[in-house]
Design a protein around this ligand. Sequence first.
Ligand code: SAH
Ligand code: SF4
Ligand code: F3S
Length: 443
Amino acid sequence: MSKKLYIETYGCQMNFSDSEIVGSILSQNDCILEEDINSADIILINTCSIRENAEKRVFNRLRNLKHLKKNNPLLIIGVIGCMAERLKEDLLKKEPAVDLIVGPDAYRDLPKLLNDVNLGGKAVQTLLSEDETYDDILPVRIDSNGVSAFISIMRGCQNFCAYCVVPYTRGKERSRDPQTIVNEAKTLVENGFKEVTLLGQNVNSYFWKENGETVNFSKLMSMVAEISPLLRVRFATSHPKDLSNELIQTIAKYSNICKSIHLPMQAGSNSVLKKMNRKYTREWYLERVNAIKAAIPDCGLSTDIIAGFCGETEEDHKETLSLMKEVGYDSAFMFKYSERPGTTAARNYENDVPEDVKGRRLEEIIALQGELSLESNKKDIGNTFEILVEGQSKRSKKQLFGRNSQNKVIIFTATDEKIGDYVNVTVLDCTAATLRGDRVKEI
Ligand code: SAH
Ligand code: SF4
Ligand code: F3S
């Protein structure tokens, strides 16, 4: 009889995309996806190690799942993803209810490993690979709205930013065969999807070479954009050091490539950037932003910021605030620095910014971003945008929401529109988080 598989995912989009790969591998091996955790025969928790809190959440979750084994002694609980890779067997010591530990490059072995667990005992497989891209696996879509999907185009990262655990949990950077990416996007279009986001930790270093022909990220973006003018194309994440003029031109050229760039700055001070091993300066970053603004004046810009990295002074922090203002981001993900074992920063630098100072700096960053987001949203009032309807608003079924090309969420009152429609909406008012508008039938 088929086993019921429940997958729960934490962390970044790449993890969500991996869960869909895992779902696909196991669906072909006598498992069926189950939405109710209480009825599952196998529970897989796909985990994230990026900050200490991310790991704490998973440990809490595992503790809460233990009792399910009392009702169902044959239940298998597996930990997959970045925590599995980072902690390996140690996870079994920390949480004995776990039966299975599988790292991000070993998902093809899951059927065999599950079998090992069924025969009694525990299974651990955390070898990283230099070439695994799961390129032949068509992911099953989990929790899909049927409109937007993510396509993983590369795996791993070898930038070794001093604070970051990803190069250790995900291994070397490798790109996926472009033809398999285009085929996956085409299949999505055939199934009614309207938007794809090309995913990688550093998408603009995507590179493929075969039979003397090369495909870089710009070329890949155009190949995907040319599948259909009705398919929107997005990407995440780009590293500022590799943001080429060619890519900016490609984004500008195709109307179906969304005018939105997530460009993590992390910090505004050159000494902090250097210590972080980000390989760019404040000036270089600003020059790239200006190049984007010159070529794509309406481009949405978002970022990631870390508050309180090792050695960060009050002056450094002020430089982060001033860079935020200079760029004028539409939105940002903002974090307190969290030391990760094994990283360059953990080995070489003192985590010397006191917790309360980190907290206060983060609050200042969040407050400033609130102002910048509101300012940016206010500028949209009176303008009309084409949005792709993605779902119902939480507050009312009559309200639908979608995103514009700049990646801003716009809510409007529905009449006959449905999820997956392109709709023109004129913005009437806003908060720092969302825009609200009215549908216009003709523009
Ligand atoms: N590959 C992307 C982002 C990966 S992780 C990039 O290079 O930009 C997402 C974000 O988490 C990072 O941009 C960074 O802002 C944050 N982050 C990573 N490690 C962190 C740490 N140790 N403490 C706090 N934030 C961290
Ligand atoms: Fe981490 Fe830096 Fe790689 Fe991003 S580019 S995943 S921050 S090491
Ligand atoms: Fe987390 Fe791993 Fe992604 S550490 S952010 S799940 S690559």
